[in-house]
Ligand binder design. Sequence first.
Ligand SMILES: Cc1ncc(C[n+]2csc(CCOP(=O)(O)OP(=O)(O)O)c2C)c(N)n1
Ligand SMILES: [Mg+2]
Length: 795
Amino acid sequence: MKTQQEAMTIRRPAVDDKTLERLRALEKRVLWLSSWIIHNANHLRPKRDGLKVGGHQASSASSVSLLTALFFEILKPEDRIAVKPHASPAFHAIQYLLGNQTRERLESFRALGGAQSYPSRTKDHDRVDFSTGSEGLGAGITIFAALAQEYLRRKGLVPLDAPTGRMIALMGDAEFDEGNVFEAMLEGWKHDVRNVWWVIDYNRQSLDRILDDHLYDRIEGVFRTLGWNVHILKYGRLLQEAFARPGGSELKKWLDACPNDVYSALVYASGASWRKRLAADIGHARGVRTLLADYDDAALARLMTNLGGHDMECITEAFASVEDDRPQCFIAYTIKGYGLPFAGHKDNHSGLMTVEQIGALREALGVPEGAEWEPFAGLGNLEEDVRRYVASRPLAMCKERDRKAARITLTDRITAPGGKTMSTQEAFGRVLTEISRTQPGFAERIVTASPDVMVSTNLGGWVNRKHIFGTKPRGDVFSEFGLAEAQRWTVSPQGQHIELGIAENNLFLLLAALGLTAPLFGVELFPIGTIYDTFISRGLDALNYGCYQDSRFILVGTPSGVTLAPEGGAHQSITTPLIGIGQPQLISFEPAYADEVAAIMEWAFHQLHEKDGSSVYLRLSTRPVSQPERAMSEELRAAILAGGYWLVPPREGADLAIVCCGAVATDAMEAYAAVQEDAPGIGVAVVTSADRLYADWSARSAWRQGDRGDPPHVERMLAPLSPNAQIITVIDGHPLALSWLGGVRGQRVRPLGVTRFGQSGNIPELYREYRIDSDAIIESVACACLEGAGRPIAN
Ligand SMILES: Cc1ncc(C[n+]2csc(CCOP(=O)(O)OP(=O)(O)O)c2C)c(N)n1
Ligand SMILES: [Mg+2]
């Protein structure tokens, strides 16, 4: 507890005595139910697999008082909260008391269909606002949700007289080890984000260890530097009263200086140990012995563990003291496992009470045997009053947590940008500009964001038309000076591009928040984030986090692959096609031509708001590619969206084919031109989405067993090839993205792609080096021919 001193004066409580009594009764209910949910899962349910079920009794106990105050006294329907992952049982217990969770789901906590280990927007049924699980991200998203809310308010997309919600995080103190927390705070400061509350469960323990003594000073300093209002809930009422007595100032001095590990050990060792240690350390000081003598061992232990984060009066007072919409941070001192037998023990993170211990807790909390699941058991004559109080809480009365948003759709088809030669990246920029010109109503719902790569990912044209979002309008100084410039950087609340610093984690957290505005705030947006493809890895966990909670956005990774050539290996992405295939709730495409980009973007805008839709990822390239002369037939469009089509159809029964993806289509066509005489009938297919092809194929495995219905698209695509055909696949990315095609009909695949780090060079040099050029394709064709493929087909 060696921390900066904070004078705590005894003030009038923020809620009346009756409410305090109810909240204290509810604390006990939440402590009991959260412990029991976990106990039941581990000790009373039959085990099928020999694994411990787990759950976090100590982490939940640590947050019980804070969560009780938040959910029963503070939260309003418009507020949104991210609850630290390991307090999930306490969260579910509270929802149970509020009538939003069933006993059945609590009984099957951590079992299939039951309450989730960590609060989950998509898998839980009790109104999770933000999923949590990955430390740091739950807190981070609240900043971006507040920014998203402000974006909607400033544009009048939500009624201005509607109450503004607070975006609240109840977070663990170890979450401050995650850099994304600081990145988010800094970005929040840049955007002057308001209405964010972070309530830190400051139990000074993480999973493995006790935290550094001076962490608190540092954290507090960061908050203050970034303009947050900081509230410190250090000592509870009992301790504050003791400090006011003779010997009390010595006691306070001792507590302030007590190292975290010593304090934790004493909490665990309890009563007599406190007395012994205090007598030894400060017994000689005036008044201390008399002060200590006034407490028996149990009372002394109660006193010494009376921290602010467990004292309902302190907590409600701190929350009620907020007077403005500045970001608020509450550093609430707590004890991990408070009220449980392993309170304070450094190894308690995964600790589970024994049968005897839970029995003792049940008795201590007055829960009759057999009434373990009764929501309000053990409250005696308070029960009816507490029931009525709970039923009157805003979160018990509001029946629908998620909002309904009016559906916004494109009014017209998106036409392909014209031009003989174009890169897919350029096509993306031009499609966006066209939408802003021809479909202004829809374009108003598009919001773009980029981590400092707006221009180099081709958003420049769009931003010139739509400008940058900011709450404080700012003109374009270069244009005011009359200086030539390619970009106009006007900032205003009407702007539709959110400019971020380089932190990619922030991009994904922002996209996650913007992609949830429909359920959170009742307004549908179409967020598009652009990023250098390789730096997707930098924010991958946050991307996964957004997808996990079914947020809807378009992600554009560009430039990609070794095709970005002179920029070199540090910027060339290799594994992103596999990420695109592997990431659930994110459908990936890698178009080759501009008309494909237009068709895919049009589809993506629909996909974002379908009930069973998803986010969409476009892997794009800067390589100028000569465009095929063709009209977009409905058949071609359907094939592009299904994942692939024949650019050059194979002859029926052909035993050779080239399958390419993205920027290498040019090389595939060059190779085709070179081999078509020697390998007559050979076809060239373009895969626009290995992800869509694979998902469709694997989801319809039943078809392979002779079931009804159409065959998967990929089966139909490969059907013209002979069963013994060989397929040469080529992609500027990891070859595994396409090599699975061999499994569809058991045909031999010769996969070309990039498996080593890239380097600087020009496209011909690099394609040769990494064997994805036309020569490599021709060689593969030749090898296939040597094995008997490519025989002339009689017809
Ligand atoms: C990104 C990430 N890395 C690792 C973990 C594993 N983990 C679970 S809890 C925890 C420490 C939790 O400490 P704290 O946030 O202080 O929570 P509390 O003490 O309240 O349990 C860790 C490292 C995780 N959940 N997320
Ligand atoms: Mg902790």
